[in-house]
Design a binder for this molecule. Structure first.
Ligand code: PLP
Length: 465
């Protein structure tokens, strides 16, 4: 059946050719993209896990439209829910009122998120969900400790973030970030967090083994908490997998240990599930793998199954209740977005949760993940494949110059990019993170489609290396 996937005139991308972009491409300035050698792929329509370009090529959506598509494109139930909401109301503000569908969604999110997470604050993208969490944590301590704005220098106003963290591209999120090219340049306009280690299971420090890695990193983080807890509002982290860092997997058990440490040192725990939420790792939320309930959880991407922009920050009752009081006390959360809680997006999100419930999609992910790993097993032995890692359908293949020493390639060689471009020519649209090849298909991808993805990537790696 695979040939049926591809009704191509083949796609050919010119390699690394620097030129003035064609006039028509200048209007649309693409993020994280060198426009001088950008070869646009224009998508006209999509269905299931497949994108069709304006010139008729079909491409497998190997990164789920930037890690957010869940039930495939043009899922009839998703489309229908959005159309039905169009006939009711498209947009109203959430300052002072709400759409019934948005209230319904808040309740449904409280049901599917871990533990007693309950109070949902809506925004429009993952970065904004993180910004809301940062401000929520800071205002929480301000209200709890009754600090005045002028006394904040001695209050809990800082954050602990992990090395190579990625929490988005707005200024607060960039402050937390620790990825050289994404974040370093913006240092003059951001705050400085207390920087924790990168708990990387692939490159453990000398003398640390898998069995001792969790203890080692927990100890490192505890040392920082001992020193800084009085000034820390929150620890902010991606759970289990640091996606944009290159699908870096944390040692098992670390998330639960950090939860304990946050309690012990009286610091809030903010978990950023923007990438890992909504079934991606094989549980509804990655926190569910370790039975962790953070004080605040950020979600985005998969919340509307990738159909419309929406994100949310959900808090536990003790956080929410700190903001309650008489209007004259001015304890309300000083934050809000024009499009937060948009009813069309809320309708998409409710339809997606219905689909999760009716298709039991999350329960299928462990088996799909294992199947994908089996398909990738032959390429895992390639002399330039250092590591194949991830959780669920969140997979990274790290390409290295020297497998035994785990030495990276010279970054100027753009190995990851070349592999992804070749895979795209062969029919699977994927994007690298440096030399880590990212596979994040829509969660509904069939085994046959997962095999196509794995075979295409395997062939691309073999041809480039
Ligand atoms: N947090 C994490 C963990 C992410 O992976 C991302 C995006 O990749 C974000 C936040 C930012 O989300 P958005 O691009 O929707 O602003």
């Amino acid at each position: 059946k695979p040939p049926q996937f591809l009704s191509n005139p083949p796609l050919t991308l010119e390699k690394n050719s620097v030129s003035v972009p064609p006039e028509s491409q200048n209007f649309h300035w693409h993020g994280f993209t060198q426009m001088a050698d950008f070869q646009n792929i224009v998508i006209e329509r999509a269905e299931g896990c497949w994108l069709t370009t304006t010139s008729g090529q079909r491409l497998f959506d190997g990164v789920a439209s930037l890690w957010c598509n869940v039930h495939g494109h043009r899922n009839p139930k998703m489309d229908e829910a959005i159309r039905a909401q169009l006939d009711r109301v498209s947009h109203i503000t959430t300052l002072g009122m709400s759409a019934d569908i948005t209230d319904q969604l808040a309740e449904r999110l409280a049901e599917v998120t871990p533990g007693d997470l309950k109070h949902v604050f809506f925004s429009s993208d993952g970065s904004s969900a993180v910004e809301a969490a940062l401000k929520m944590a800071l205002q929480y301590w301000h209200l709890k400790n009754q600090t005045t704005p002028s006394s904040t220098s001695t209050a809990k106003t800082r954050y602990l973030a992990l090395s190579s963290a990625y929490h988005g591209d707005t200024t607060g999120a960039v402050s937390l970030g620790g990825i050289k090219y994404f974040h370093q340049l913006f240092a003059p306009i951001v705050f400085t967090p207390v920087r924790g280690p990168l708990p990387c299971s692939y490159r453990l420090p000398d003398g640390i083994r898998d069995a001792t890695a969790c203890d080692y990193y927990a100890h490192e983080i505890e040392s920082l908490l001992k020193q800084h807890h009085a000034e820390l509002a929150a620890v902010v982290m991606e759970p289990l997998v640091q996606g944009a860092a290159g699908m870096i997997t944390h040692p098992a058990g670390l998330l639960a240990r950090i939860r304990e440490l946050c309690d012990q040192y009286n610091v809030l725990m903010i978990v950023d599930e923007v990438a890992t939420g909504f079934g991606r790792t094989g549980r509804m939320f990655a926190c569910d793998h370790e039975g962790v309930t953070p004080d605040i959880l950020c979600m985005g991407k998969g919340i509307t199954a990738g159909y419309l922009p929406m994100a949310a920050t959900i808090a536990r009752p003790h956080v929410f209740e700190a903001f309650l009081g008489k209007s004259s006390e001015r304890k309300q959360f000083y934050h809000g977005h024009t499009f937060g809680g948009n009813p069309l997006a809320a309708a998409a999100a409710v339809a997606s949760l219905d689909l999760f419930r009716d298709t039991q999609l999350t329960e299928t992910i462990d088996a799909k993940s294992q199947f994908l790993r089996e398909c990738l097993a032959p390429i895992a032995d390639h002399p330039h494949v250092g590591d194949v890692r991830g959780r669920g359908l969140m997979v990274g293949i790290e390409l290295v110059a020297d497998r035994n020493r785990k030495t990276p390639f010279d970054s100027d060689r753009l190995i990851g990019r070349n592999v992804c471009e070749r895979a795209t020519e062969l029919g699977a649209w994927i994007r690298p993170l440096g030399d880590v090849i990212v596979l994040m298909p829509p969660l509904v991808a069939s085994n046959e489609e997962l095999r196509f993805l794995a075979d295409t990537v395997t062939r691309a790696i073999e041809e480039v290396l």
